[in-house]
Design a protein around this ligand. Structure first.
Ligand code: FAD
Ligand code: ZN
Length: 225
């Protein structure tokens, strides 16, 4: 079976995001996938990129450079334990699902912190190994998120794809990961219970045929055309 890592960023299990997570775990497990969840708030995941991410001596203790220090620490096996654990989960996964509520046209800080800290140079990308040549080649990802704004608002005020550029292209594609169509549940707080149930069913349905999907063409045209 395929291996799936779900990186989940919501504080409340009873939330709509919590329900989407539960569905994904159940449906993918039912398909025979082995599913791992990084429940970032429950783990009290540290989002800050600091000196604490390097165990022992620094490469250059005169002037701290987070990118250089984590790269060097990765090479000598001196990254902090929580990072090594997340990297191991990423390494083993065929598919990464990110499940979160949209915060300020972006992912919540705790999830951004996961990206900042886990996707270390040498592990996820390297000098000449980026985009299609990124070190996480062969993996798929899917951004599944909820919004406060309605579908209509997003359709009239500008395309939601603009805000996916940094996440899908700037992070995942940069690391060599292929991107599946995002899954967006608009305004779960402001729709009827019936509509909410419909959105949850749609997610279950999508997951049933997920492994047959082709990745998007993650190029500027997809986002800005
Ligand atoms: P919830 O409030 O948990 O869920 C909605 C409803 O669904 C609840 O009544 C819940 O009980 C119900 N529910 C849960 N499970 C089920 C189930 N199984 N069946 C039926 N009903 C169920 N929005 C934007 O559009 N753009 C932004 O830039 C943006 N920035 C934000 C910044 C911040 C700091 C914050 C706090 C919010 C922001 N929002 C923004 C809004 C945010 O994206 C939404 O509040 C969020 O996506 C809603 O998802 P939720 O899981 O928290 O919903
Ligand atoms: Zn891209």
């Amino acid at each position: 079976g395929k291996k799936v890592l779900i990186v989940y960023a919501h504080q409340e299990p009873k939330s709509f995001n919590g329900s989407l997570l539960k569905i994904a775990v159940e449906e993918l497990t039912k398909q025979g996938c082995s599913v791992t969840v990084s429940d970032l708030y429950a783990m009290q995941f540290e989002p800050r990129a600091t000196r604490n991410d390097i165990v022992g001596r620094l490469h250059n203790s005169e002037a701290f450079n987070y990118g250089v220090e984590t790269w060097e620490a990765y090479k000598r096996g001196a990254l902090s334990k929580d990072l090594v654990e997340e990297q191991k989960k990423v390494q083993e996964a065929d598919l990464l699902i990110f499940q979160f509520p949209l915060f300020w046209f972006n992912m919540p800080a705790i999830l951004k912190g996961w990206m900042d800290r886990v996707l270390v140079q040498g592990f996820a990308y390297d000098l000449s190994k980026a985009y299609d040549g990124g070190l996480l080649q062969g993996k798929l990802c899917l951004f599944s998120f909820t919004t406060g704004g309605s579908k209509e608002t997003y359709a009239t005020r500008g395309d939601i794809r603009y805000l996916l550029w940094p996440m899908q292209h700037g992070i995942m594609h940069f690391c060599g990961v292929k991107v599946l169509e995002p899954h967006i549940c608009y305004a779960p707080e402001n729709v009827s219970d019936e509509k909410r149930k419909e959105m949850l069913t749609a997610w279950t349905q999508r997951l049933k045929t997920l492994w047959k999907e082709e990745p998007i063409d993650c190029s500027p045209e997809w986002y800005f055309k």
